[in-house]
Design a protein around this ligand. Structure first.
Ligand code: PLP
Length: 428
């Protein structure tokens, strides 16, 4: 587990974490909407713009250097999701844009009578793109419901719903609203049994647990670097033969091979450099005993010394997420117990601290006197940052009947501390 001093070393790498609000250090519980970034991510972005800024595919020096950075970002992102092949990674503006692009491409292969399965636990980005694509193709959408008491999926419905007409099952790895971790490996297995494709939304899961496209045996997975300490970049993984055989909407001069075929327009190269730095930051958490990560990377025009050495990050990433998970649960448990002891507060989703392995450390609450907006405002007055509303998890908030005001979301990441949890509980 990350020790108190490990967390201090890590926190010192995040400039935003020293922000003061009325002479008090700001508390960031807004990670599910976008985490803060370590100095090395900021440095990598400015280093790219200072030293390597050029478009893709030229023969001159900065273009070659820029392509090296992008290639390394592909390798790092492949290792992050557990793929051995960097060409299975496409970058884009964000998860939503990539999902819309994939859904339109896949829908060209769907016909009337085909069925698409989505769940009510989703962020709308893993819901509406599939529904619109199904409408275009005349396909039918089938919905998996939740158990209202703990906001887990009604798993038995998958077995009832998936059949030989199912073409795609889209499900999140974890809920961005209530934190529930879904058994995606099992769901992918059920889909595979009937030859259906699977799409996993790992956006919320990515900063908390190790993604593993091989073990989960999914066909597609999407996540976003700005949720795991990087800049605003979307990441799509696809099984190679599918990325090769499916025809995306693309421009004629754009590449026909992988991964360029799936990457529309000019990429945000500077932020790809930042994404690479964010993944290396995570890998360094797994290496904490060996070396203490520097406060920031030197502003150097060279690539990291270990660039291009293949699978060097994956074992470190696996160790990092073991540590992160254990540490985050050590914060989540007292938070759940403290909230349960407050008679004014309702916790939506898994509230039992003993079930903390079934959820990410992201929880939504409502208060019997303050609206979600008022509660978030009152917490802001003492420098505690939380989200209110539906956080685009509209399928869930509609299902729970909490629209239009929604809930208040408290999102823990590994840079939060026990003292911050106490501050929050005190204020509540
Ligand atoms: C679970 C989940 N899926 C999808 C998205 C959409 O991601 P993006 O902002 O990269 O489009 C989010 C963003 O909050 C999310 O939390």
């Amino acid at each position: 587990m990350l020790s108190k001093s490990d967390v201090l070393v890590l926190r010192n790498q995040f400039p935003a974490l020293s922000k003061q609000v009325d002479h008090r250090t700001a508390v960031y519980f807004d990670g599910p909407a976008g985490t803060q970034v370590p100095e090395r991510v900021i440095d990598a972005i400015s280093n790219y713009l200072r030293n390597h800024n050029a478009n893709h595919g030229g023969v001159f020096q900065t273009s070659v250097e820029s392509d090296q950075v992008v290639d390394e970002a592909h390798r790092a992102a492949a290792e992050l999701v557990g793929s051995a092949d960097p060409s299975t990674i496409a970058f884009g503006a964000n998860m939503t844009s990539l999902t819309f692009a994939l859904s339109r491409a896949l829908a060209q292969t769907w016909r009337a009578g085909d069925e698409i399965v989505v769940s009510r636990l989703e962020h709308d980005a893993n819901f509406t793109p599939w529904i619109l694509a199904a409408q275009d193709a005349g396909a039918t959408v089938r919905y998996i419901d939740i158990n209202e008491t703990d906001c887990t999926l009604q798993l038995e419905q998958y077995q009832e719903t998936i059949n030989d007409r199912t073409r795609l099952v889209a499900v999140g790895c974890a809920s961005n609203a209530v934190g529930t971790i879904n058994p995606v490996k099992q769901i992918c297995h059920w889909a595979r049994q009937v030859g259906a494709l699977t799409f996993l939304d790992a956006v919320h899961y990515a900063p908390h647990g190790l993604m593993d496209v091989v073990d989960w045996d999914c066909d597609f997975l999407a996540c976003s670097a700005y949720k795991f300490f990087g800049p605003h970049v979307g990441i799509l993984y696809g099984r190679k033969n599918l990325l090769e055989s499916i025809q995306p909407y693309k421009l004629r001069p754009a590449p026909n091979d992988l991964p360029g075929k799936w990457m529309t327009g000019t990429q945000n190269f500077a932020c790809l450099a930042g994404t690479l730095a964010a993944i290396d930051y995570l890998a360094d958490i797994g290496r904490l005993e060996e070396t203490t990560p520097p406060q920031s990377q030197p502003d150097t025009p060279t690539l990291p010394p270990d660039a291009g050495s293949g699978q060097f990050r994956r074992p470190a990433l696996a160790r990092a997420f073991d540590r992160i998970g254990e540490y985050e649960r050590s914060l989540l448990k007292p938070l759940l117990s403290g909230l349960a002891a407050n008679p004014h507060i309702k916790i939506w989703g898994i509230a039992d601290p003993d079930r903390s392995r079934e959820r990410c450390p992201t929880l939504s609450i409502t208060h019997d006197r303050w609206s979600p907006r008022e509660l978030a405002q009152r917490l802001n007055e003492v420098g505690i940052f939380v989200w209110h509303g539906n956080y685009y998890a509209l399928p869930l908030t509609e299902r729970l009947g909490v629209e239009p005001s929604g809930m208040v979301r408290i999102g823990i990441t590994h840079y939060n501390t026990h003292e911050e949890i106490e501050r929050l509980l005190d204020r509540l």
